[in-house]
Design a protein around this ligand. Structure first.
Ligand code: SF4
Ligand code: SF4
Length: 640
């Protein structure tokens, strides 16, 4: 009641000496802020322009800014408790913008918000509510950082963060305390000065600490490329990717300086979680250190002292880091950019990588087999050849065309298409989409493969493609756009889900309990394509879907992406084994997959996990096993 009957105390008369002191201190504070922030801004602005950057359409940017920055939706969604604590601090800052301006104006005798007016009372009470929430939030975050200390935050205690937390607490407490004193009371003047000094110390600390994100991250979110894990195009013959400081673009530099060092990217990184040296947070901070030490005009290599080549080539491009980052940092363009730099300058020397490149140059498939082998398989399966009259081009991909298990999946999917009466054909001259070489940084080879495929598809007048591989889907739909207009494409989970009501429901057939199937979300289908429910709808026709502890957006990679399935032995634990154990531990009798790469990775991993290991089946196989054994089709013709 005392609180509600009070108004915010404001000292009324400041002496000339006090005013001069305040102005001098404010100027020193602003100068100290600029001394650090100026060079940072300079490094960002002096970085290379992002030629693929377009401000318009602006609607998506405004929405991201509103949702992720103003509403703090992403931080709250991913970590409800610390996220809410962070949101309270952020919203407190927003509510305090006007309070702070008025506070400074009072010191100069030109306060513009009268605490006794109706509007003034309302606003100061409104800000007081946020001050309470902000103080609670900052105490919570302090406890988490300094007492709970999740290992993702790093071993070193950040004293700068502790200092900032203390200053924020002082700002809130002094503001709230001002409701309990009278204007003329000397303590009102003391509170005003303590509040002012906290503000003036806080300002120069911002660019010196991770709290720089307060200034930069709203811009980072607003200016982000937008598409998930979007790899920017190389521009001209002189662009080899991220080789030296001169290759760092403004977006990369802005993002490097925006990192809040929360470690959420590292927490979810499959490479880091299995004992590899890759640490996505350190990759970003490595770029920042480079900029601080050498600037964006340096010719010094980015890989070496500041970031490790070995680490960069341990990335599976699963996108977990980028998905988790609360400030809109896009890791994949940086990681793939660094790989490009190493590959295009000949600095990457890896036997498996060289073998893969050679296989794709000579035989146009990543498995290094003769194209004749694919032809034989197509003939054996009696797949129709696409002649422009069929609705779908069934894309085999390297796995579906050459890998024994991938072939089983494609054959079963073709059986389902036959059952449904969908017309399809396979292309004679299909080459690898270029996914592994695109992610490994060999753009020349990728371009050759993409252009050859686009030409073949155009010649065959293909309008729609369906593929069993999320990597093929992603590469055709997004990456090929650099070189032409790819046909419409969908993943077989999307295709099958559309026909779910026409496919056999096998659950509990023969009065047996429904099979328990744990579905593994492939990174390139889930995080990359946002397809989660369709494969589950298909799996649910075959049994009861159960969830792994890490599923949907938080799914843990199988270890194959980014071309890694074709590279050598991993250091540390195998990513596929860690994931396979997690899937087996759910007690499921079957692991359901929707990607031939996941399938091949789990094949060995499950086999080595003991006799009680669950079966491994693709969603196409789960569907096909329920089809009539006599090969009869669904009555009537079906169009998509
Ligand atoms: S994309 Fe995946 S593997 Fe690569 S750094 Fe990010 S989280 Fe780690
Ligand atoms: S890159 Fe993003 S997720 Fe990783 S530590 Fe920095 S702010 Fe956090």
């Amino acid at each position: 009641m005392i609180f509600l009957s009070s108004t915010l105390a404001e000292p009324q008369h400041f002496s000339i000496l006090e005013k001069v002191l305040f102005v001098v201190l404010a100027l020193i504070s602003a100068l100290l802020f600029w001394r650090r922030f100026g060079p940072i801004l300079n490094n960002i602005l002096k970085s290379k322009k992002d030629v693929d950057f377009h401000l318009f359409p602006i609607g998506r940017r405004v929405w991201d800014f509103f949702w992720e920055v103003l509403c703090q939706a992403k931080v709250i969604r991913e970590r409800p408790l610390p996220g809410l604590a962070h949101a309270f601090v952020f919203w407190g800052f927003c509510a305090f913008a006007l309070v702070t301006l008025n506070h400074a104006a009072v010191g100069l005798g030109i306060g513009f918000l009268n605490p006794t007016s109706v509007a003034g009372r309302f606003y100061f009470y409104f800000a007081a509510a946020f001050a309470v929430a902000c103080a609670a939030g900052i105490i919570g975050l302090f406890i988490r950082r300094f007492l709970v200390r999740p290992r993702w935050l790093g071993k070193d205690l950040s004293y700068g963060s502790g200092m900032v937390a203390l200053l924020i607490l002082i700002l809130m407490v002094t503001y709230l305390a001002s409701f309990f004193v009278a204007d003329a009371d000397p303590s009102a003047r003391a509170l005003w000065w303590i509040h002012t000094l906290a503000l003036l110390i806080f300002l120069p600390l911002i660019p010196h600490t991770k709290h720089l994100h307060l200034v930069l991250s709203p811009a980072t979110v607003f200016l982000s490329r937008g598409g998930f894990s979007q790899i920017p195009p190389l521009v001209g013959d002189e662009d080899f990717g991220l080789v030296a400081g001169t290759d760092l673009t403004q977006l990369v530099s802005l993002q490097a300086y925006s990192c809040v060092e929360c470690g959420h990217c590292t927490e979810h990184c499959p490479a880091n979680n299995t004992g590899k040296i890759l640490n996505p947070k350190e990759i970003v901070l490595g770029v920042r250190s480079y900029l601080n030490d050498l600037g964006p005009s340096s010719q010094e290599l980015l890989l070496g002292k500041y970031n490790s080549q070995e680490a960069v080539f341990q990335c599976t491009t699963c996108g977990a880091c980028e998905f988790q980052c609360p400030v809109g940092i896009e890791h994949l363009p940086i990681l793939v950019g660094l790989r490009r730099g190493a590959v295009n300058t000949g600095a990457w020397d890896d036997n498996h990588g060289a073998k893969l490149f050679l296989a794709l140059e000579r035989g146009s498939n990543a498995l290094g087999m003769s194209a004749m082998e694919r032809d034989k398989f197509v003939q054996k399966q009696q797949f129709p050849i696409f002649d422009g009259t069929q609705e779908y081009c069934l894309w085999l991909g390297c796995m579906g065309g050459y890998d024994p298990k991938g072939r089983e999946i494609i054959a079963d999917f073709a059986r389902v298409m036959n059952y449904l009466g969908t017309s399809y054909g396979v292309m004679r001259k299909e080459k690898c989409t270029g996914d592994p070489v695109r992610r490994l940084g060999n753009d020349l080879l990728f371009q050759q493969l993409a252009e050859a495929n686009l030409e073949a598809l155009a010649q065959n007048k293909v309008k729609k493609i369906v593929s069993i591989c999320p990597h093929c889907v992603r590469t055709i739909q997004e990456d090929w756009k650099e070189f032409g207009t790819p046909p419409e494409i969908e993943h077989h989970s999307e295709f099958l889900a559309r026909f779910a009501d026409k496919l056999p429901n096998q659950k509990g057939a023969g009065n047996t309990p429904a099979e328990k199937i744990v579905y593994h979300d492939p990174c390139y289908l889930g995080r990359y394509r946002n397809v989660y429910e369709e494969p589950r709808a298909v799996v649910s026709l075959a049994g009861d879907v159960i969830e792994a502890p890490r599923s949907y957006e938080r799914s843990f990679c199988c270890g194959a992406g980014g071309g890694l399935v074709f590279l050598g032995e991993e250091t540390g634990e195998r990513v596929s084994h860690v994931r396979a154990q997690e899937l087996a531990a759910t007690g499921a009798t079957t692991v359901g997959t929707a990607c031939p790469f996941c399938n091949t990775m789990f094949r060995d991993a499950l086999a080595s996990s003991g006799e009680a290991a669950p079966r491994l089946m693709d969603i196409a196989q789960l569907t096909a096993r329920g089809l009539p054994q006599d090969g009869s089709k669904l009555n009537g013709s079906i169009t998509a």
